[in-house]
Design a binder for this molecule. Structure first.
Ligand code: GLP
Length: 257
């Protein structure tokens, strides 16, 4: 198994890490067409900055296509916690895009296998993803690929772990309201993008980032699969790097922003 070392960019704080990541996304949107989109609290300042960056700078006439990583099963698109609603508010409307320029897995589909296949087909039809934006779960998940997910998995219906569901209780208002399943792009799907950009901020992600970068590459930490891809940039703040230990010392010249 050939592995690569991701480029690691250390920023002074979470806000500057989000700005740095947003600048790269803005550049990609101007030059390329298909971008893979992540959701979650970490991404919120990135999308805010992106909106600001692109204000008054129209995107290429051909337009962009945003492809979401995942969606909860059983939430209507208009549910405020659906990833469709998140991306409509953070990406589609602020950038003046149309409904045809965003693809989100259909979490309401009766046939979830067919919905997952449609999502893969949409990625293929768009010509593949140029830049895939990623966050990381506290247990190392990417998209909703929980620990144990095969490194070559494709888009599919998955069950969410108790830890992942617990992290969402505040947003949903109660434990019972948090969905138990999601449709997520697989780890293999994610690795199919030409470039990967991961944004990691905060102490709560420190153990996951350490496992991803310095632990073994295997399904126990889905984010460790990033090391199977030659074009990966990880942008983080000091809190997120607090458990990297000697990994940082081993890096010859960690880049800073
Ligand atoms: C979510 C998403 C991921 C995201 C991760 C971390 O539930 N499925 O794409 O990266 O969990 O989210 P947050 O940034 O809110 O901690």
């Amino acid at each position: 198994m050939r592995t690569f070392e991701p480029r690691l960019l250390l920023c002074p704080d979470a806000a500057s890490a989000a700005v740095e990541a947003a600048d790269r996304v803005a550049a990609a949107l101007r030059e390329e067409r298909v971008i893979g989109l992540a959701t979650g609290a970490t991404m919120a300042p990135l999308y805010r900055r992106l909106r600001h960056q692109l204000a008054g700078h129209p995107l290429p006439p051909r337009g962009v296509i945003g492809i979401a990583l995942d969606e909860y099963v059983g939430l209507r698109p208009e549910h405020p916690e659906s990833f469709r609603a998140y991306l409509d508010g953070a990406f589609v409307r602020p950038l003046g895009l149309t409904g045809e320029q965003i693809v989100v897995p259909d979490g309401m589909a009766g046939d979830r296998l067919a919905a997952a296949r449609r999502h893969e087909a949409a990625i293929t039809a768009a010509g593949g993803i140029e830049l895939q934006l990623l966050g990381i779960g506290a247990n190392g998940h990417i998209g909703f690929n929980e620990p144990g997910s095969p490194l070559d998995s494709c888009t599919r219906d998955v069950s969410l772990t108790a830890q992942t569901r617990a992290a969402q209780i505040a947003s949903f208002g109660s434990a019972d309201a948090v969905p138990t399943r999601a449709i997520t792009a697989g780890i293999g799907t994610i690795l199919g993008a030409r470039r990967l950009l991961m944004l990691v901020t905060g102490e709560a992600k420190a153990a996951a980032l350490s496992a991803a970068l310095a632990g073994p590459v295997n399904p126990s930490c889905p984010a460790s699969a990033l090391r199977l891809h030659p074009e990966v940039t990880v942008i983080c703040d000091p809190a997120a790097t607090s458990q990297l230990g000697t990994y940082l010392d081993r890096k010859r010249a960690p880049e800073t922003c």
